[in-house]
Ligand binder design. Sequence first.
Ligand code: TYM
Length: 334
Amino acid sequence: MEQAEGKKVIYSAIQPSGNLTIGNYVGAVRNWLTLQREYECYFAIADMHAITVKLVPAELRRHTLELAALYLACGIDPAQCALYVQSHVPAHAELCWVLNTVTYVGEASRMTQFKDKSRRHSDNVNMGLMDYPVLMAADILLYGANYVPVGADQKQHVELARDLAERFNSRYGETFTVPEPLIPKGGARIASLQDPERKMSKSDTNPGASVFLSDDRDTILRKFRRAVTDSDNRIVFSEDKPGISNLLSIYCAFKGCTMSEAEASFAGMGYGEFKLAVGETVADVLAPVQARQRELLAEKKELAALLEAGRERAFYTSRKTLSKVYRKVGFYQG
Ligand code: TYM
């Protein structure tokens, strides 16, 4: 990894909690690609976050490696970024503990995602679920991140990380960089194809709701063909047309065009033809990514070596921050 003296720092992560959706791609990974050339980047696989809901252990292991291969297949360059698995770097859990002591139970319990997940996993409202944003703050603050590129649903968590950084700094003296969220202008909230009022999610139980990065061409076309639209026949971006607007946003993100260009190219077209065009555009972009991911997964040793190199880099930076934090809070260090 190149030394990146003086560069600003970017941190982001994705949970290996299932197959990634095109929402994760458009809201997160795709935006990391341009950032990696300009910034010092840390991109993690957040396996410690993933176990806050019940998962099959063997699947978590498989998804972890698949996600590493996917990062690379999408174009994340391990020569420029530290790509690593969160649980390989113990400082995340260690800083989380210290940050817990400056987090109020009230503010943690008010987090939208905590309330939402508590409802959806009512048989497993565990401490980890509530602590999730504090661990996320530890991730970000360990590396002195200036910017955190995420989808809109994570904005509140990054804001908590800012609050915790400021609170810690005012209690113990200047320690942490206060991070800012970096939310993409288009595609920050890709909606479900079946219920455009809801976010597209890895864990949606409706099989037509989410398009996965692992879906084959036929599946992608079928899901778009069945996507919910509305009863008038105009292909325009508008608040009262959430289904069509979502499809247009997906199209723009995958085609790399503006909303007005997209609207102009679909003017006068029927919904059936439009949905086919969106599906084909998505499938065309994903096909080479899927092929590259398969090749990378066949080279497990090389993948493991890359993750080890990322771990070393992350380990070094995170230890430096943690020692400083331990000194500030008054832990005796010999
Ligand atoms: P996760 O795995 O739930 O989501 C990964 C990223 O994908 C974005 N995203 C979306 N963007 C647009 N439309 C959607 N429908 C959509 N669904 C998901 C999320 O906003 C996110 O950017 N808690 C984080 C993982 C994490 C993290 C961190 C992120 C752990 N530590 C530190 C940043 C910094 C999460 O949402 O994962």
